[in-house]
Ligand binder design. Structure first.
Ligand code: UD1
Ligand code: UDP
Length: 358
């Protein structure tokens, strides 16, 4: 088979890594990078650290408003698919690259497989929610990470092509955990187990001055180290609001550029706590058994809330402060999001679908 993967954003490169290794065992894999993320630290570093080959096509779409960015991707991906004629297209997660890849393939009658299908926040105002609902309803194969994702799809009447395969990010974490360097926190002027690792990039927070003020206040008042690798969206906004200097002036806040995957997961592994609005980072904290504070009102990864390992605070300064002070949960996390065979199961699903159609 000729299988094309469409990726464009940081978390998609992570999910692509184990899939690529599995696909090329028996098939031709065409990697299409939309160019949604383009800074070295948001893109290339993941290809290098996770041994993913250079994309076959880099569409260089870059940043823009939702319509502009998705539209440019749609037209560029269609052109690639018309030339490459893949038998099947893999899309990952819930970004604009996911939606554009799924739509381009669907219109060309190429079967679509959605990795990380069935997740829901049930908040339509979130761009990712629209992307994932539409992608799920276009897909021929819905590759779900959890039982709950399977149940969500059933509720929406999506029944054909759903498979519980696990989360490819869990596979990556299992593979890289032995490689993580415990000395990484020292590079940030802090020590193992003695800091909060924070990331903020979700549109609803990063683009809202009010939400960011509240989150920054909570960080400034925290009496311990905070390592804060800033997503470029957040960095640009804070700079334009004149708020970056307040963080820079606080000795306990260790501001940093976006980190490579190995440094970042090492920081997660050795943090006292994680504070984030990221989807992937919540799951990774749970994997490493590091308590998490999620600066959102809801999560798609609801399993992480069990036993208090993850707590939702919204962008509320008082709730964030309280969640950062809570004791470590006593019970161990019970769920594993996947094993080392997630990508193998996914490729078997692709092969079964093609066999059933030939
Ligand atoms: C996107 C996804 C989000 C995902 C996140 C992962 C959508 C709608 N959002 O959000 O679901 O969680 O990726 O990180 O697809 N920028 C740079 N350099 C880059 C990339 C972005 O400077 O390499 C800046 C640009 O100013 C850009 C802004 O960040 O406008 C936002 O980038 P964009 O890709 O639109 O959204 P993300 O916030 O990264
Ligand atoms: N990540 C990274 N460096 C960073 C921040 C995040 O390598 O500075 C990784 C993180 O380990 C996870 C993924 O990027 O695998 C999550 O991406 P992000 O939070 O941008 O997106 P989301 O998961 O919310 O879609």
């Amino acid at each position: 088979m000729r299988i094309a993967s469409v990726v464009g954003a940081r978390p998609q490169f992570v999910k692509l890594a184990p899939l690529h290794r599995e696909v090329v065992k028996r098939h031709r894999h065409i990697i299409v990078h939309t160019g949604q993320h383009y800074d070295y630290k948001m893109s290339q570093v993941f290809f290098e650290e996770l041994s993913i080959p250079e994309p076959d096509h880099n569409l260089g779409v870059g940043s823009g408003s939702h319509g502009e960015q998705t539209g440019r991707m749609l037209s560029a991906i269609e052109e690639v698919f018309m030339r490459e004629r893949p038998d099947m297209v893999l899309v990952y997660g819930d970004t604009n690259s996911t939606l554009a890849g799924a739509l381009a393939a669907t219109k060309l009658l190429i079967p679509v497989a959605h990795v990380e299908a069935g997740l829901r926040s049930y908040r339509r105002g979130m761009p990712e929610e629209i992307n994932r609902v539409l992608t799920d309803h276009m897909s021929d194969l819905l590759l779900c990470p959890t039982e709950l994702a399977m149940a969500n799809l059933e509720k929406e009447g999506v029944q054909k092509g759903c498979h519980l395969v696990g989360d490819p990010m869990a596979q990556v974490l299992l593979e890289i955990e032995p490689l993580l360097d415990p000395a990484v926190p020292e590079r940030f002027g802090t020590r193992r187990g003695g800091y909060v690792l924070a990331t903020i990039h979700r549109q609803e927070n990063a683009d809202s001055r009010e939400n960011m003020e509240s989150i920054i206040e909570a960080m400034l008042e925290y009496d311990g180290d905070i390592v804060l690798p800033l997503h470029p969206r957040t960095a640009k906004n804070l700079r334009s609001w004149g708020a970056l200097s307040r963080l820079e002036a606080a000795g306990h806040i260790k501001l940093a550029e976006p980190q490579g995957f190995l440094a970042f997961t090492s920081l997660e592994r050795h943090a006292r706590m994680v504070m984030t609005d990221s989807g992937g980072v919540q799951k990774e904290a749970y994997f490493f058994r590091v308590p998490c504070v999620t600066v959102r009102d809801e999560t798609e990864w609801v399993e992480t809330l069990e036993g208090g390992w993850n707590v939702l605070t919204g962008a509320d300064k008082v709730r964030i402060a309280a969640a950062l002070q809570r004791p470590r949960p006593k019970s161990e996390p019970t769920l594993t999001y996947g094993d080392k065979h997630v990508s193998q199961r996914i490729v078997e699903c692709l092969e079964a679908l093609m066999a059933s159609r030939s």
